[in-house]
Design a protein around this ligand. Structure first.
Ligand code: GLN
Length: 486
């Protein structure tokens, strides 16, 4: 096995024994990126020199006996998370030359632990999309089949983890952007409870929905990375001051007595048969391990797409007002006065999906339509929240599909935004409610594309998700497959 293939925990063990150095690991991954990333496009920017320097520093720390779980471990970071003096483009032309003068809080925490930053990963522009096709550098490819999308919007991070172009990665999730690419690429992804992880330094898309979370090769790594980025931050007013438990799941703990909800609204006509089969397999495994499967209902699920696609664009239209050519990145040259400088900068700097969302959001917030759209959507959001409150009075964890189909072909949905939006049906509600959720690889389609299972948990109960995921991971045969890369 090559160093680039190892998990965080495997590398940590070796580093601790001083069998290998962080620089060895970093070089192995950098070489791999050189070989494969021209065709996969997982990264927008790589920072090899910075990574080598950080690796040398990590090795010195380890030499002194100062080693934490992430010391010397190379991480990839979605390109909407700010890293000091490193381009942060958000997959957008408008931020092409934007270099933040500070670290996001999650980066600061990882830096303190001695993690290595390999670079910034590709994404849908401003995290708007489900395929990473809305990036100004072009789409990321799915390592299992390069004609297919990696999912999105954190497609670069998911591909980087899958193709071993990093040991683990950070993504962000506003309506599925960690879970859906993790599912399409066959890796583990977790969106924490809203408020669990600081959003300071994450470029805002829809502030009441956005969360940063880990994308990793296995459940144990997911817990390790989550542990490192969690916790209160006074720089984020929505960060919750609540103690962080130890997320390390106990591999020997059983799940007897665990109540697992199966919501009927998530097993619907139009969902791919292999997806349904995969989720049912997961449910029967949990049942056979002592969990009790309970039929539940989340009655307002059918309104999730409409609700999300009012709230998210509304918040985006406000958040993206700051990109006017004055303060950040790109400025159009085809202008002769201030007003045309604003409008031309925005017209040329944003791609079509971002423009569509700004228009949708501005409309939904405008006088005369606010009550009909934004206010109504906010009310329906409360109904969706109440559905989950009711459900979690009956069960500890809810199991559903992540997406209606495995990965689709590049180009298949990009000209049909409504179809693209509808494919988010299963991932949007947890963001609207703010609950934690996770995707874990569990099946393989007849076309050779991975299929994930989604788990939803109660507020701040990431631990139950990780514990349940560990049981599924142990019983899944997906590790016998690997993407055709070499
Ligand atoms: N696919 C959804 C959207 O396009 C979710 C994106 C996300 O989670 N960032 O908005």
């Amino acid at each position: 096995m090559e160093l680039f293939e190892y998990t965080i925990s495997q590398l940590h063990k070796q580093l601790k024994k001083r069998g290998i150095s962080s620089l060895d690991i970093t070089e192995s991954l950098l070489k791999r990126i050189d070989q494969l990333d021209d065709s996969l496009h997982a990264y927008i920017t790589t920072t090899p020199e910075g990574a080598r320097k950080q690796a040398r520093q990590a090795d010195q720390r380890i030499e002194r006996g100062e080693i934490g779980p992430l010391t010397g471990i190379p991480i990839a970071v979605k390109d909407n998370i700010s890293i000091l003096n490193t381009p942060t483009t958000c997959g957008s032309r408008i931020l092409k030359d934007h270099i933040p003068p500070y670290d996001a809080t999650v980066i600061k925490r990882l830096r303190r632990e001695g993690a290595i930053f390999l670079g910034k990963t590709n994404m849908d522009e401003f995290a708007m999309g489900s395929s990473t096709e809305n990036s100004f550098i072009g789409p990321t490819r799915n390592p299992w089949n390069r004609d297919y999308v990696a999912g999105g919007s954190s497609g670069g991070s998911a591909t980087a983890v899958t193709a071993h172009l990093c040991t683990a990665a950070l993504g962000s999730d506003t309506g599925g952007s960690i879970r859906q690419p993790a599912s399409h690429c066959g890796v583990v992804g977790l969106k924490p409870t809203y408020g669990r992880v600081s959003r300071f330094g994450l470029v805002a898309f829809a502030s009441s929905l956005d969360q940063i979370g880990p994308i990793t090769k296995d459940v144990r790594d997911c817990a390790t990375l989550l542990q490192a980025i969690c916790g209160f931050d006074e720089k984020d007013s929505t960060s919750v001051n609540k103690s962080v438990p130890d997320y390390k799941a106990n591999p020997d703990k059983d799940i007897k007595g665990l109540k697992v909800g199966k919501p009927k609204e998530y097993f619907i006509e139009g969902t791919d048969k292999e997806v349904i089969k995969t989720v049912n397999n997961a449910l029967s495994t949990l049942g056979s391990q002592g969990a009790e499967i309970i039929d539940i209902s989340l009655p307002h699920t059918e309104y999730a797409v409409a609700t999300y696609y009012i709230i998210a664009p509304s918040e985006a239209s406000s958040n993206l007002a700051r990109y006017d050519g004055v303060r950040y990145g790109f400025r159009s040259k085809d202008t002769d006065d201030l007003e045309s400088m604003y409008t031309m900068t925005r017209a040329q700097g944003f791609g079509p999906e971002v423009i569509r969302r700004i228009m949708l959001g501005t409309y939904a917030l405008s006088k005369g339509y606010y009550d009909e759209f934004f206010k109504k959507a906010s009310q329906v959001r409360t109904l969706i929240i109440n559905d989950f409150k009711e459900a979690f009075s009956k069960c500890h964890v809810i199991i559903t599909p992540v997406a209606p189909t495995p990965a689709f072909k590049i180009g298949e949905k990009i000209d049909d935004p409504l179809t693209m939006y509808l494919s988010d049906i299963f991932t949007l509600s947890p963001n609207l409610a703010g609950i934690p959720c996770m995707s874990i690889p569990y099946g393989m389609s007849s076309r050779g594309l991975p299929i994930g299972v989604q788990m939803l948990g109660n507020y701040f109960d990431e631990s139950t998700l990780l514990q349940t995921a560990l049981v599924l991971e142990k019983t899944s045969d997906i590790s016998q497959y690997s993407p055709p890369l070499d």
